[in-house]
Design a protein around this ligand. Structure first.
Ligand code: 5GP
Ligand code: ZN
Length: 116
């Protein structure tokens, strides 16, 4: 596991920054986004520090994506959305603001739910 002491998400994994945990296992951590685009907006991250989709390796990507159905089902049960979007931003022009690979799970509740 790579750890970057300057990375907010590495600090969240370590528990140095508190977070609302949705799911955790040996490879991934999922927690509520601090700025909820819609209710239940969750981030899923690999525990090993990985900057973005370009710099990840197949094993890290495989572990990350393999856990998404489990997290998606947890969100579906907890929040009962009528849909769910997955989003991954890479590099600043594409909207990446935290440089530790993450997948957004954005529950949808119908028109005007806040997410375009
Ligand atoms: P990005 O813009 O890089 O795709 O997404 C980064 C996300 O991380 C943003 O939606 C932002 O609200 C969230 N975020 C940033 N800092 C924190 C934090 O300290 N705690 C939590 N839970 N989310 C954070
Ligand atoms: Zn990190």
């Amino acid at each position: 596991m790579t750890h970057d002491s300057n990375c907010i998400f590495c600090k969240i994994i370590n528990g140095d920054i508190p977070s609302a945990k949705v799911y955790e296992d040996e490879d991934v951590y999922a927690f509520l986004d601090i700025s909820q685009v819609t209710k239940g907006h969750t981030l899923v991250i690999p525990k090993t520090h990985t900057k973005d989709i370009y710099s990840t390796n197949e094993q890290v990507a495989e572990n990350l994506f393999a856990r998404i159905p489990k997290v998606a089902n947890a969100i579906k049960s907890a929040f009962q959305p009528i849909g769910l979007n997955l989003l991954n931003n890479n590099e600043e022009p594409a909207g990446q603001s935290v440089f530790h690979l993450h997948i957004h799970l954005i529950p949808r509740y119908g028109e005007n739910d806040g997410f375009e």
